[in-house]
Design a binder for this molecule. Structure first.
Ligand SMILES: Nc1nc2c(c(=O)[nH]1)N[C@H]1C(S)=C(S)[C@@H](COP(=O)(O)O)O[C@H]1N2
Ligand SMILES: [Mo]
Length: 540
């Protein structure tokens, strides 16, 4: 008795099996922090995308791009599962396999497991190396055994669920009987997968909530550093503009990860290995007990476009990197200090940079414990170098004797990554209509930043008029941005363009050349258009 399973059922069984497959990865993800295959696949795809295209996508979708990408991959895997379901039927036919009518027979399930095993073997030499996990996952991060085991379990589960859901679809059964069998058989694994996904989600939520409760006590208005001096956190700036200090929950967030790591502080330690005289291992208590330093510093992503908002300023507190490296004892011949992170991210800074006493291993941000998305428990803050070198979720520091190429350098971005001089107009908003007040004065203002060079001048120009110098606000530190503002009396209600340019502390004018962020950071003068209304001609 030959079984004839309609192709729709074959496809559906495959899709259901794929959901179970994904559920296994996500349970492993949230319980043991083992990166799920879909995330690794996304990273694999990222390797093939040229920086310019990557950046164009980011510009288009913003941080949504990552989320969209993630769901597209999930959908793709479920679809691929459906196709594999069809293929399974073909293979059974080729083998002349007979599916039994008694349901749930060991033979049918064994076929399914065999199919899962076969798929795992193929995965091991295709998807796995593509996703940078090596053949059969042997180069996977985290405990390799766990990663390989999860792969095997996921593929076997796929085959098992597929065989379980699709059989028995035999001709001898009446249509209604097989219909009810199908619904019973497909509902159980579907419900189980749903439960697993729901469970994974709940786990993630509760982890996040726990981490929030334990680590992120609210920012106090002032914070004491070990040296005894205290810096106020939320400093007063110009009104109506971007705040002088960016609150933690408004600070931009960028990472390569689809799902960021959640580090358990009890298991965490920071190791200093490589070319050092004394290998050091510091746990959280040991690190935070060391004398700390506080500094305001602005952080900007190298993929920030002219006028973009991937920039913020915070008060960071932590241990100077150089103090630790001195204790560890740097050996002669060291060129780069490599920083390893819990998400597999790696970056480096040159030794000379590491000697800068303002390079911090920061564990507090605006007086609060470093939030998870900003790199809890500890991150690097490097003056004058774009965000990508400010490694989050630090785990290991390793001096090496060569020029190390980090995560983004391998993908074509700048290695030096020195901040270019930038300035941005925040008021008026681009495209906004502003009704001029009675006194006709319109506020024009924003921020300017030039790394550790500082800003000496900001100028504004309306249409093709004269450049006019703006008033600069208070500077919180040599590493922080500056607010600027000026007022303007528009002569008539009309549309205007407003342009800004800054001069850095060395007297160098901001580059006017319009360049996209990749590979060295954007340049060009931010220009907006605004419509002024409410001015009656000929005055009152
Ligand atoms: N471990 C790790 N650190 C990382 C990244 C990352 O993906 N992983 N992204 C970098 C990039 S590109 C930027 S711009 C900054 C952003 O820091 P923020 O999210 O705190 O603003 O973190 C950097 N540090
Ligand atoms: Mo970045």
């Amino acid at each position: 008795m030959q079984s004839t399973v309609p192709w729709r059922r074959e496809f559906l069984s495959g899709a259901i099996a794929a959901v179970a497959f994904l559920a296994i990865y996500f349970v492993a993800r949230f319980i043991w922090q083992i990166p799920a295959l879909p995330e690794a696949v996304i990273e694999g795809i990222l390797n093939f995308i040229p920086p310019a295209l990557f950046e164009a996508v980011i510009q288009l979708f913003g941080s949504l791009a990552k989320t969209l990408n993630f769901y597209a991959i999930l959908l793709g895997i479920v679809g691929a599962g459906g196709l594999l379901g069809l293929l399974y039927g073909r293979l059974l036919k080729l083998l002349g396999a007979v599916e039994n009518s008694s349901g749930g027979t060991p033979t049918a399930l064994l076929y399914g497991l065999g199919y899962g095993g076969l798929l795992w073997l193929i995965h091991g030499v295709t998807i796995s190396p593509f996703a940078e996990r090596g053949f059969f996952g042997l180069d996977a991060p985290s405990p390799v055994i766990a990663a390989v085991a999860i792969d095997i379990i996921a593929y076997l589960a796929f085959g098992f669920v597929l065989a379980y859901v699709r059989q028995p679809f035999v001709v001898e059964m009446s249509d209604t009987a097989s219909e009810s069998v199908l619904s019973r058989r497909s509902l159980a694994p579907l419900a189980a997968s749903g439960l697993a996904l729901g469970g994974a989600y709940a786990l993630k939520r509760s982890f996040a909530a726990q981490a929030q409760a334990i680590f992120n006590e609210p920012a106090k208005e002032t914070t004491l550093s070990a040296s005894g001096e205290s810096l106020p956190i939320f400093q007063q700036g110009f009104e109506g503009l971007e705040p002088l200090v960016t609150p933690n929950d408004e600070f931009y967030v960028i990472s390569k990860n689809t799902i960021d790591p959640t580090v358990d502080v009890n298991d965490w330690s920071l190791t200093i290995t490589g070319m050092v005289d004394n290998k050091m291992v510091l746990d959280y208590d040991a690190l935070t007990a060391m004398p700390t330093q506080q500094q305001y510093a602005t952080l900007q992503c190298i993929s920030n476009a002219v006028g973009g908002d991937l920039i913020g300023c915070a008060l960071w507190e932590g241990v100077p990197l150089w103090n630790l490296l001195l204790q560890a004892g740097i050996q002669p011949g060291v060129k780069d200090i490599v920083l390893h992170a819990a998400d597999g991210y790696q970056e480096s800074i040159p030794l000379e940079k590491a000697q800068d006493p303002q390079v911090l291993l920061a564990f507090r941000m605006n007086g609060a414990i470093l939030p998870n998305n900003h790199g809890f428990p500890a991150r690097l803050i490097v003056p004058n170098i774009y965000g990508m070198k400010n490694v989050k979720w630090l785990t290991r520091i390793e001096p090496v004797d060569h020029d190390f190429k980090g995560f983004w350098q391998q993908r074509g971005w700048s290695d030096e990554a020195i901040y270019k001089t930038m300035s941005r107009i925040d008021a008026p908003r681009n495209g906004a209509t502003v009704s001029a007040k009675v006194d006709r004065e319109v506020l024009i203002g924003g921020i300017a930043f030039a790394g550790n060079r500082g800003i000496s001048k900001v100028e504004v120009r309306i249409d093709e008029g004269e450049w006019k110098e703006a008033e600069l606000g208070k500077v919180l530190s040599l590493l922080s941005w500056v607010q600027w503002k000026t007022t303007w009396e528009p002569p008539v209600s009309a549309g205007y363009t407003i342009r800004v340019r800054a001069t850095d502390g060395t007297g160098e004018l901001q580059d006017e050349t319009e360049l996209a962020p990749a590979p060295n950071g954007a340049s060009g003068w931010h220009t907006i258009s605004s419509r002024i209304s409410g001015i009656s001609d000929g005055q009152n």
